[in-house]
Design a protein around this ligand. Sequence first.
Ligand SMILES: Cc1cc2nc3c(=O)[nH]c(=O)nc-3n(C[C@H](O)[C@H](O)[C@H](O)COP(=O)(O)OP(=O)(O)OC[C@H]3O[C@@H](n4cnc5c(N)ncnc54)[C@H](O)[C@@H]3O)c2cc1C
Length: 313
Amino acid sequence: MLDCAIVGGGPAGLTAGLYATRGGLKNVTMFEMGMPGGQITQSSEIENYPGFFDHTKTGMDFMDTWQEQCFHFGLKHEMKKVERVAKTGEHFTITLEGGEQVEAKTAIVCTGSVPKRAGFKGEDEFFGKGVSTCATCDGFFYKDKPVTVVGGGDTALEEAFYLSNICSDVYVVHRRDEFRATPQTLDRVMRKENIHLITDSVIEEAFGDTMGLAGVKIRNVKTNEIIQMDNTGLFVFVGHDVNNSVLRDENDKFICEMNDWGQVIVDLSMKTSIPGLYTAGDMRIEAPKQVVSAAGDGSVAALQVISYIQEQQ
Ligand SMILES: Cc1cc2nc3c(=O)[nH]c(=O)nc-3n(C[C@H](O)[C@H](O)[C@H](O)COP(=O)(O)OP(=O)(O)OC[C@H]3O[C@@H](n4cnc5c(N)ncnc54)[C@H](O)[C@@H]3O)c2cc1C
């Protein structure tokens, strides 16, 4: 029986593992279906993690030492996909791909989320090299430069507003002539002089070379006219898919309380509605979707696990 099963080996899962093992738990296993590190390993650079400031290092380099540090303190890693986490009596049953089952006293689920792609040419090629899904992460790289934003919902317009305080101009490309965002958000955006709304339009292509994104082509869906913007960053905000499938039971129902967007409802201790089950990082409600906050969540969840196990003894 594991003291704690951690599902997902991104910043949240690794930090949970570090705190759980250094906090005295003997039997902690992190199940990560790939190499540990999470989403940030796709990034060519990270500039906003305090204490790490090296432009020559990628997100992969940044995460390299995390696992080494965690494994040093006794965290075990199984490179396996988790199919399901279920509460069985007082404990949890973790079902792995292939059917193997592992019992655990507690579980911390940190399977993250995946930003949705808009599906235009060049999006995948330049993802993390000029095409971004995070204004907080990458906005500063375009200080005093123009950027293009894709999307028409609240997130897209709020992120456009955030970018407008850093960048020279923000061009918001939306395929319809009306925005889904709340009227207040739209009003705030329309009053900002350096935000320009380009409606009835889509990104036709993101282009560049080995150095990264060089510009975008924008097509008006009514006239088919194409305009080209050079030297722009491209931010795509068309939603997130939360990796929450491990929290569904055999009837496809969630085992803990979730909100309408499929994010796990937790309190400030990362407790879910099920005793002994915690989540951390991008998959929880109101997650800032940053490495530093995912790591913070992981530490909180692990400390709660330690207290929970002590209380049960
Ligand atoms: C290109 C890019 C650039 C970014 N830049 C920055 C930045 O500059 N600064 C910043 O702070 N943040 C940045 N972010 C955001 C940051 O990476 C995330 O907020 C952070 O990684 C979230 O951590 P997490 O541990 O919650 O989830 P993730 O990092 O998503 O990790 C989840 C892990 O769970 C694993 N997993 C999922 N399902 C299963 C399963 N069923 N079984 C086993 N394992 C599973 C996945 O393989 C993954 O490794 C960036 C993200 C991207 C994509």
